[in-house]
Design a protein around this ligand. Structure first.
Ligand SMILES: Nc1nc2c(ncn2[C@@H]2O[C@H](COP(=O)(O)OP(=O)(O)OP(=O)(O)O)[C@@H](O)[C@H]2O)c(=O)[nH]1
Ligand SMILES: [Mg+2]
Length: 494
């Protein structure tokens, strides 16, 4: 039987029904009041809607760069900066010169260390410990090691001042010696099986966004150089430049020495594939008044700690609309840093995820038990399946294709590290297509819902090719942002 509900059962009836015994005059007054109240309420609704539309219009385009450490996030950011704030990018050349000098010192430190190890390994065990070089590491005697000639030993000694300018360079970048930066020197390399490299505990140079913000302030804010700024301030020869110039010939001789190359090869120390490689341009980068080119700056390596925000404005739809952009570059190291990404997941228009596909034969610096490509795949899976990012457009950069090509040409087999690759051809076309398909499949299987997904093969150190890709990306993200802004009815012309 249906249940009858009387007016008195409704808790709101007392407030919505007219009072009993209402006179005609009272009724007219009440209706007038109600009309006035509705007018006010409609006006408030209209204002709220107007403000919402305004906020949406004012909301900037936001893009987040994600990927493991050394995947190329900051390098991609530099390409955005070069495209959108070229003058500010070039105004920071003095700081980049210091970073490049540090990168060069790092490469030589690795060579000099490898030489010290060879020296120790080729010193006969019958030699008295007192006759061993003081910097010789404790490694077992290996009669197969290439021998260092007296000329090489002399070069090694003559280049020791390089190691002494490291602290001067670090202080130039961070005079206050912030806690994150202080004491962090050069990296230990993970794809080199030197026995005690990990134990040395040397860290890669890294700058927090705070320190970066002060040193590269014009760059991150997208601010252009003012006419009152001194041209190329800081490019006057400083102490490190003088040392590098004085060592230049010896550095070139050491780097080109066939015995040194042989021992680097034997130790699988492929400096050319490591971040911040400038040894093929030593005569130029060690000039007293060396001024880094755009390409040099793009290749300079400094690890990101924390988050860097870069702002710029882009004109769109035939220069009729101006949109502010924010690009966020985060530190990609596994330990503790990745948890800091989550607050940035809300409200992003797009994520550019960088997967360095050349790293299939490398392990993580922070955890040498983990293969880098495997880490990239796991990270990709966790980003793709994150519900906070379910609607965010995803752009995948399968990066470091130039290094992948070089490795394959050198005979390094993908199948040795990715068993499922089987006996497919070990050429770039087959390997890159296979890896792209794997990443796309994970996207398909693990996305919570359908969204925009785009993928590109990239070498983000190649400015020309990357500019073309980033222009496409900018256009796509902007259109998606404007579609969201205009709503369904005005989407036609986008
Ligand atoms: N050859 C080559 N080098 C690249 C490429 N992409 C990046 N690199 C180099 O790899 C190094 C690391 O790149 P970054 O952009 O600093 O890496 P990141 O992802 O910002 O790393 P974290 O700040 O540690 O998270 C830099 O020295 C780059 O020049 C590439 O496609 N090809
Ligand atoms: Mg970085």
């Amino acid at each position: 039987m249906p249940v009858r509900v009387s007016m008195s059962d409704d808790p709101f009836s007392e407030f919505v029904s007219p009072p009993a015994n209402e006179t005609i005059v009272q009724r007219e007054a009440r209706l007038r009041n109600e009309e006035d109240a509705k007018r006010v309420s409609d006006a408030i609704d209209e204002e709220i809607n107007r403000q919402r539309a305004e906020q949406k219009r004012e909301r900037c385009v936001k893009v987040l760069l994600l990927g493991q450490s050394e995947s190329g996030k900051s390098t991609t950011l530099k390409n955005f900066q070069l495209m959108n704030s070229r003058k500010a990018f070039r105004a920071d050349r003095a700081q980049w010169r210091t970073v490049i000098h540090l990168n060069i010192v790092r490469s030589f430190r690795l060579i000099l260390e490898a030489m010290a190890e060879v020296q120790a390994a080729t010193t006969s065990p019958t030699v008295s410990p007192r006759l061993k070089p003081v910097d010789a590491p404790d490694v077992p005697y290996d009669p197969e090691m290439p021998r260092l000639t007296p000329e090489l030993l002399l070069l090694k000694m003559k280049l020791s001042p390089l190691l002494q300018i490291e602290d001067v360079l670090l202080r130039k970048l961070d005079p206050e010696g912030s806690s994150v930066f202080g004491g962090q020197h050069l990296t230990s390399l993970t794809n080199i099986p030197f026995p005690d490299r990990q134990k040395k505990g040397m860290k890669e140079i890294a700058l927090s966004s705070r320190a970066l913000g002060t040193k590269f302030s014009r760059l991150w804010s997208g601010e252009e150089r003012k006419s009152t700024d001194v041209q190329d301030d800081g490019l006057e020869p400083d102490e490190p430049s003088q040392v590098l110039q004085a060592c230049s010939e010896d550095m070139i001789r050491l780097w080109n020495d066939p015995i040194v190359r042989k021992l680097l090869e034997r130790e699988k120390l492929r400096l050319e594939e490591l971040p911040g490689f400038y040894l093929d341009s030593l005569d130029r980068v060690t000039e007293l008044r060396y001024m880094p080119t755009d390409e040099d700056i793009v290749r300079a390596r400094i690890k990101t700690l924390g988050v860097t925000e870069y702002r710029f404005t882009v004109k769109a739809v035939g220069n009729t609309i101006s949109r502010d952009w924010r690009i966020y570059d985060v530190g990609g190291q596994r330990s503790c840093v990745r948890a800091a990404w989550v607050p940035f997941f809300d409200d992003m228009d797009a994520i550019i995820f960088l997967a360095p596909i050349s790293c299939f034969d490398q392990v993580l610096e922070e955890d040498p038990s983990v293969n880098r490509l495997e880490d990239s795949v796991l990270l990709w899976k966790s980003i793709i399946s994150n519900p906070l990012l379910a609607k965010t457009n995803i752009i995948l950069f399968l990066n470091k294709c130039d290094i992948l090509q070089r490795k394959l040409a050198a005979g390094i087999k993908l199948a040795k590290y990715i068993v499922s690759y089987g006996d497919r051809p070990n050429d770039f076309e087959s390997t890159s297509t296979y890896l792209r398909r794997k990443f796309a499949q994970i996207h398909k299987d693990h996305s919570p819902q359908k969204r925009g997904f785009y993928s590109h093969f990239t070498s983000v150190v190649d400015i020309e090719a990357t500019t073309k890709i980033l222009l496409d990306v900018q256009e796509m993200v902007l259109r998606a942002n404007l579609r969201d802004l205009l709503g369904d009815k005005d989407r036609g012309y986008l």
